[in-house]
Design a protein around this ligand. Sequence first.
Ligand code: SF4
Length: 120
Amino acid sequence: MIPKLRGHHLICLHFFKGEGYSEEFIKNIYNVLKNQKMKVADGADDICTKCPNLVEGKCASREYSDEDIRAQDTEALRLLELEPGMVVGWQNIAEMLPPILDEWRARFCNECKYSKVCFG
Ligand code: SF4
């Protein structure tokens, strides 16, 4: 089955370096990333399902509201020119990143606690 990924995960997980909220969460990310294709999710995805922050289908992270996260998803999909339900190759997304990454980082990465993990 093709895993479902929400907008911001389609960008952020290209920089995943094995860190996360729990062992189960991290293991699940590795499993999802073994797939060549991803389906664009609207809201909670196959990463969120193993996240301790997912409460009743919504992100209850301490850092971001569900609304903030959804706004990130919307912006990621705008930059990638994708829509929920589309199936896209993981490598194709990697190739789309260079021209959009500066804008993405300026908008979202400065305040993200994983920014140092992703970009050093
Ligand atoms: S923090 Fe929120 S958006 Fe991120 S994986 Fe967990 S539930 Fe999903």
